[in-house]
Design a protein around this ligand. Sequence first.
Ligand code: PRP
Length: 219
Amino acid sequence: MSEDRYLTFALGKGRLANKTLELFEKIGITCEEMKDKNSRKLIFVNEDLKLKFFLSKGPDVPTYVEYGAADIGVVGRDTVLEENRNVYEVLDLGFGKCRMCVCGPESAKDLLLHHERIRVASKYPNIAKDYFYNKKHQTVDIIKLNGSVELGPLVELSDVIVDIVETGSTLRENGLEVLEEVCPLSARMIVNPVSMQMERKRIQNLVAQIRNKLEKSAG
Ligand code: PRP
């Protein structure tokens, strides 16, 4: 495919985007424009390499990639699983490591053990549903929240939560604990299926360079 076409990247705003840009710099992909903190620009371009970058809310990244508005996205595995979009997951970037867990007060252990019909609060209703219905075969009521999910059991909205645990300090400070692990998480690179066909060489080359860098820094 022509080298004249821009490859567009959608990056989930925040820590993951910063880590991604650091990693890209290591393989010579830079975007000076993006470093200007005063800029109000939404789309950043590297004319030499024919690359474009934009930042979006994490859960929107798979949407941009599925529709082909971005060829490539970088976002947490939590978002990839929750959004369940038609995209290819091509690479585990290894950073942003944490776990999706069922958490609650110690007293909730029995409710899980006996497959009680419990209330589960989560920012990730699809992940929670898949875990309880398909993996555990337990019927539960899922309540969607948008953040500070740990409040659920504290104010008796729910028995447990399904949420991200990184250091575990939010749980500890609120008298909650990990009851079950749903899955490990980390940052993932996702690709639009049509882009994967049309730009196969460029994308494979990029993935190979990143993989190489990751392996070197791990070993
Ligand atoms: C995430 C997650 C937990 C917390 C876990 O929340 O939902 O609340 O981080 O991290 P820890 O194990 O290191 O304490 P985030 O800060 O993204 O905000 P939110 O609660 O508004 O989703």
